[in-house]
Design a protein around this ligand. Structure first.
Ligand code: SF4
Length: 371
């Protein structure tokens, strides 16, 4: 079978930094954004060719929807000059409801964007303002309506749980809104308090849900998904049949992808590449990614276990025993007995209970440098 490749493109601009965010993103004026898009297109023009067909493209950020459609068009044109795209290529763009207009949504259709990932996070205004989001729940509704009106049939809503002031009841309210909006896909990530963020600095003044309440929210997302026809196909991701994110599955299956733009990381033929994280350096010409890690066979296997166990399809049991060592088989048997693992046709996968405690399980199974 001919190998394909994915592409990730990073747009590092946002209207304002959300309080919890430690991604590579910043507010910037229109002139800086234009200079960045020019530099990005130049990086793509100067990149080495790749004989493989591209079958997933993900334009992420930051907030790609902050850019005018002509900027997205320039990036797509640069990519099409350099690479061949497979028919039916999945092309995703991330959109923040505070930046979406009818004109942009219609342009995305014309440009061949097939999937839109909307950063909703919550459908409760109090929680949105605690997160420092610049949009309201109403904006999320309007954003979905705009994308539907302009002919988009593959929408994701990103949600969070563990938000300050969030309760099980308010999370249920968010899920009820998801049911009404009926996206083809939703994700629900646990909020992580990252050091250095505004939320981290405020942590003692805010009321966060307790660990047992967070767990109840995860359970609620799982049962909501089962009841409304979404498959829980990765720890934090749920999709209607056929709407799994093919690009993200590529990461979890450890398939190769190229990457362009500030701070973007790529993996190709067991080598990991990274771009500078300094915007000034990138704009000044330090654009080419540097090879930063060469993965040994053991490292590749460990990553395959770590990533594969995130998914509902799991991994071959033999691979796990190879990585963890036969001496872990009794631990595995115990996990299976306690309902954290299941086995089917030689594959091992985490149950929904197991997914919730996957970090602790992986710590036990993988060499300490990996877990
Ligand atoms: S919109 Fe996303 S990338 Fe931008 S600051 Fe907020 S969380 Fe970070």
């Amino acid at each position: 079978m001919n190998k394909t490749v994915g592409i990730y493109v990073h747009i590092p601009f946002c209207l304002r930094k959300c309080f919890y965010c430690d991604f590579c993103s910043t507010a910037a004026d229109a002139q800086t954004q234009t200079a960045y898009v020019d530099a990005l297109c130049q990086e793509i023009d100067e990149a080495a060719p790749c004989a493989r067909l591209v079958d997933t493209l993900f334009i992420g950020g930051g907030t790609p929807s902050i850019l005018p459609p002509r900027a997205i068009e320039s990036v797509l044109n640069a990519l099409s000059r350099k690479y061949s795209f497979a028919e039916g290529c999945e092309v995703t763009i991330e959109a923040n409801p505070a930046t979406v207009t009818e004109e942009k949504a219609a342009a995305y259709r014309t440009l061949g964007i097939t999937r839109v990932s909307i950063g909703a996070q919550s459908l409760c205004d109090r929680e949105l303002s605690a997160l420092g989001r610049l949009h309201t729940a109403r904006d999320v509704y309007e954003c979905v309506e705009i994308f539907r009106r302009t002919g988009h049939h593959n929408l994701n809503l990103d949600l969070m749980y563990g938000i300050p002031f969030q309760t099980l009841a308010s999370f249920r309210q968010t899920l009820a809104a998801v049911e009404a909006l009926a996206p083809e896909h939703f994700s629900a990530y646990a909020l992580i308090l990252e050091e250095g963020t505004a939320l981290f600095a405020q942590r003692d003044k805010l009321l966060f849900p307790r660990a047992d309440e967070e767990r109840a929210m995860y359970d609620e997302a799982c049962s909501f998904a089962a009841r409304t026809g979404y498959r829980h196909y990765e720890i934090s991701n749920y999709a209607k049949a056929g709407f799994e994110s093919r690009h993200n599955l590529r990461y979890w299956k450890k398939e190769d992808y190229l990457a362009f733009g500030l701070a973007a990381h790529a993996t190709f033929d067991s080598v990991r590449y990274a771009h500078t994280e300094k915007l000034s350096e990138y704009l000044a010409g330090a654009r080419a990614p540097r090879a930063c890690e060469f993965l040994s066979e053991q490292e590749e296997d460990c990553e395959r276990v770590m990533l594969g166990l995130r998914t509902a399809d799991g991994i071959p049991e033999a691979l796990l025993l190879k990585v963890a060592g036969e001496e872990k088989s009794s631990f595995l048997a115990r996990c299976e007995k306690e309902g954290y693992f299941s086995k089917k046709e030689g594959r091992l996968f985490l149950t929904e209970d197991g997914m919730y405690v996957s970090n602790a399980i992986l710590c036990e199974l993988l060499p300490s440098s990996f877990s």
